[in-house]
Design a protein around this ligand. Structure first.
Ligand SMILES: Nc1ncnc2c1ncn2[C@@H]1O[C@H](COP(=O)(O)OP(=O)(O)OP(=O)(O)O)[C@@H](O)[C@H]1O
Length: 259
């Protein structure tokens, strides 16, 4: 089974601070791979390298046979990597449907040309996009809110719309940045169910950064535990939860998670 994504000995420094100090991991097809670690461990830096925001000084990052380093964020998005954000990044005055349509912007190849006689093709394209968006609305159970401005919706639903916006791009890899941050228990359970559906029904590989240990232990296929810019253990939730280094460095005896 060849990996979808490979990080190999990635080093990223800022003025002497090693945000990533030789990070290697790979994500398999259909895998839900979680990255955990205390504040400042380097989790966000991994996402920023992956989405083309930071360029590491050393190492390689490959996605589906392509070298990602040196590519701009929009080029990486076009290769098929989509992400959700810790803070919701949606247009709050626009409806759920319109926000999801915006998630498909790179599926609008005829946008400007429509004015010059490509109207038939542009219209077919528009209909295909609408259809794809309606399928996401169904999949994420957003039907009752689809015509409402996102800003009026409960927080947990807004986070779900953000997930939908990322799915609308039809990615080959999804990056989830703290998908349940700030959610109550019910919202967290809903989000967990949708993340599992994305893995099990769509077969989409995901990398998830999350502080909610219960969620990570329940959902992830494998977990990489980071500390001071380095992975200290990568393995199944059971491997990680019982690893003495992990317990010492991160979980702490009082937070010990039962596998
Ligand atoms: N743009 C930057 N300039 C300078 N230092 C940075 C920058 N981005 C990250 N760092 C440093 O790199 C280290 C890793 O930061 P990073 O944000 O990746 O950690 P994190 O694990 O995501 O933390 P958190 O859980 O708080 O989000 C930290 O010491 C941080 O201060």
């Amino acid at each position: 089974m060849s990996a979808v994504l490979t990080f190999d000995e990635v080093v990223l420094s800022f003025d002497g601070v090693r945000a990533l100090d030789g990070v290697s991991f790979s994500v398999d097809p259909g895998e839900l791979f979680a990255v955990i670690g205390p504040n400042g461990a380097g989790k966000t830096s991994i996402f920023n390298v992956l989405s083309g925001v930071y360029r590491p000084q050393r190492g390689t990052v490959r996605f589906g046979g392509e070298d990602l380093l040196g590519r701009r964020p929009h080029q990486i998005a076009r290769l098929g990597i989509a992400r959700t954000f810790q803070n919701i990044e949606l247009f709050s005055n626009l409806t759920v449907l319109d926000n999801l349509m915006l998630g498909r912007h790179h599926h609008h190849p005829y946008g400007v040309l429509a004015a010059f006689g490509w109207i038939g093709k542009a219209r077919r394209n528009e209909l295909a996009n609408r259809h794809a968006v309606e399928e996401i609305v169904d999949f994420l159970e957003l039907t009752q809110w689809r015509r409402l401005p996102v800003g009026l919706l409960p927080y947990g639903v807004q986070k779900r719309v953000e997930l939908g916006r990322a799915l609308a791009a039809e990615p080959k890899l999804l990056l989830l940045d703290e998908p349940v941050a700030g959610m109550n228990l019910e919202e967290t359970e809903d989000m967990a169910r949708f993340i599992l559906d994305i893995r099990d029904d769509l077969g989409l590989p995901m990398v998830m950064v999350e502080h909610d240990m219960g969620l990570v232990m329940d959902l992830a296929d494998r977990i990489m535990v980071m500390d001071f810019g380095r992975p200290i253990r990568t393995g199944t939730p059971k491997d990680v939860a019982t690893d003495p280094d992990v317990v010492r460095a991160y979980l702490g005896e009082e937070h010990r998670v039962q596998p």
